[in-house]
Design a protein. Structure first.
Length: 534
């Protein structure tokens, strides 16, 4: 079988690199038949040149045409849904239904359509007009964006279809997608439809490019290249930090989603009131997709006492009664084992599981470990090692003071949750712990497990380091996610006919919110400088 081509500079062509790889079937551990190239710097150089040229054209492209591409791409994905779902299932072992067909694929097309709506409406640009000083500013395209997606969402986070891709394109940036080697055939199918949609809508054909894999040194070199505008990355902390160092050295914005243990604090009154219900919610959350969610609850904080022990035993029984699913890859299985071993070495004790399972494919026993609060405080960093998969760590604090100390030692996370008694028995303790936890997480929850991310305008899928590289931005939630891939441009005494449409006196669509002389308005700028009233 011949090696698959890469999508560079408006055509599918043979890759320049000589190395190749095969994806694996996680259920069996066997390689899949299709062969894919590992690109070298020649491919990167060509892609960067083509993206730079496409960026110049996209800056002059009206938002209506960009929106039409996003909507057309969504339609084309839906037209090939059965094939996409079957391929993603083969490459990741994620279930066809409900996960891929009923949840993730619709989320992906919904993201595309939401981004199209945001591009058309335009308020994301934060257009600001000062008529007295004749200053006008807004957010404009940043330039070519390199997107590196993860292994656990073959559609919704795919580098050529997922949230970072959608946000970058909606702003008007070309994307160079680096597919994840865990699902290259799925990425190829998506890229085929993206490329066809570009032709359908008359956008530059190099607005979307895709390579399958890169040597790490070429990825780092690409991250610091002057032709690149920015980077969106979802993956491991080690990989993200290497990209960040290269991008920071070149002054390139880089948006990283890396590691998160998503702490859940369960207060004593909540356990007395409903410990069985919470055990059921926790078990379901930490085993969803075999724990291979970025928001899986990997760390639970309890206060010592009889109900805490009852909760632990009930969780153990539920984990033992649930069949383990298949992990995404051999790499995930190795990293999960390494994470659990790191917990053990730092003083945690196994409650159940803790080891890989025999047989074909990649499986790990449903795993729960526990550690006392004082031990956690002595080795907090090691005990916050992310064990990506079906494993969680319980931290049992001696009292409220120690629980507060544990929370204060937490690193930055995507989410943090507190369960409390519904009749107020935990209110004083909640008031003590909630402010401490709130500052360490991007999304704060009450009486709810964190698994799952709503694609909604108010969603924050971000958080302090090391959950992400910058706490001020979100990877999910439109239009806010678009602003990561934009630059602020100011126009000082620029002639009216030379201003971009969003900054001219007339509101280009009558819907865009603009800050005119300190007042948010959808109106045109009146001749006296103030907005006309609707």
């Amino acid at each position: 079988m011949s090696t698959q081509p890469v999508l560079i500079a408006g055509e599918w062509r043979a890759a320049a690199g000589r190395k190749t790889f095969h994806a694996e079937n996680p259920t069996t551990g066997e390689p899949l038949p299709e062969e894919f190239p590992v690109s070298d710097w020649t491919d990167c150089d060509r892609a960067l040149d083509a993206a730079a040229a496409a960026a110049t054209e996209l800056r002059q492209t009206p938002p209506e045409r960009i929106a039409s591409f996003l909507k057309r791409y969504a339609e084309r994905i839906e037209g090939r849904a059965s094939e996409l779902v079957a391929m993603a299932n083969l490459e990741t072992a994620l279930p066809n239904k409900p996960r891929l067909a009923d949840v993730e694929l619709p989320r992906t097309t919904d993201q595309l359509r939401q981004a199209a709506a945001a591009a058309l409406e335009g308020s994301w640009r934060l257009a600001t007009i000062d008529t007295k000083l004749n200053l006008r500013s807004y957010l404009a395209p940043l330039g070519p964006v390199l997107v590196l997606g993860p292994n656990n969402f073959p559609f919704a986070y795919n580098s050529v279809a997922g949230g970072d891709f959608v946000a970058a394109i909606a702003v008007g940036n070309p994307v160079i997608a680096k597919a994840h080697p865990g699902h290259p055939s799925t990425s190829r199918l998506l890229a085929e439809e993206a490329f066809a949609a570009l032709g359908d809508c008359g956008l530059p054909l190099a607005a979307v490019q895709m390579i399958f894999d890169l040597a790490p040194e070429d990825g780092v070199r690409c991250a610091s290249d002057s032709r690149l505008g920015g980077i969106g990355f979802t993956g491991s902390r080690s990989g993200g930090l290497k990209l960040k160092a290269a991008a920071d050295g070149a002054g390139k914005p880089v948006y990283l989603e890396m590691s998160s243990v998503n702490p859940v604090v369960i207060l004593p009154g909540a356990l007395i009131e409903r410990h069985s219900n919470i055990a059921e919610e926790f078990t379901g959350s930490c085993l969803a997709a075999d724990g291979q969610f970025c928001t899986s609850p990997g760390l639970v904080i309890l206060l010592d006492g009889g109900m805490a022990e009852a909760f632990i035993q009930e969780v153990k029984a539920r984990l033992n009664g649930a069949p383990p699913s298949t992990l995404l890859s051999a790499g995930v299985a190795r990293q999960l084992a390494a994470g659990v071993n790191a917990w053990r070495e730092a003083g945690a004790e196994v409650v159940t599981g803790g080891n890989p399972l025999p047989g074909p494919g990649y499986h790990f026993a449903n795993t729960l470990l526990r550690v006392e609060g004082n031990t956690f405080l002595k080795a907090a960093q090691q005990l916050q090692t992310e064990s990506f998969g079906n494993a969680s760590l319980l931290v049992v604090a001696r009292d409220a003071t120690e629980a507060a100390q544990v929370v204060e030692r937490l690193e930055g996370n995507l989410t943090g949750s507190i369960y409390s008694d519904t009749h107020g028995a935990d209110d004083a303790l909640y008031a003590e712990l909630a402010p401490r936890l709130r500052s360490r997480v991007g999304r704060f929850l009450n009486d709810k497990m964190p698994t799952g991310v709503a694609v909604a305008p108010a969603m924050n899928h971000g958080g302090p380091f090391p959950a992400t590289g910058h706490p001020g931005f979100t990877a999910v939630g439109l239009p806010a996610a678009l602003r990561r891939f934009a630059m602020l441009q100011c126009f000082d005494h620029v002639r009216p006919d030379r201003l971009p449409p969003a900054l001219q006196d007339k509101n280009p669509n009558g819907k865009m919110w603009r800050l005119i002389d300190g007042q948010w308005s959808r109106s045109d700028v009146a001749r006296d400088g103030h907005p006309n009233r609707v």
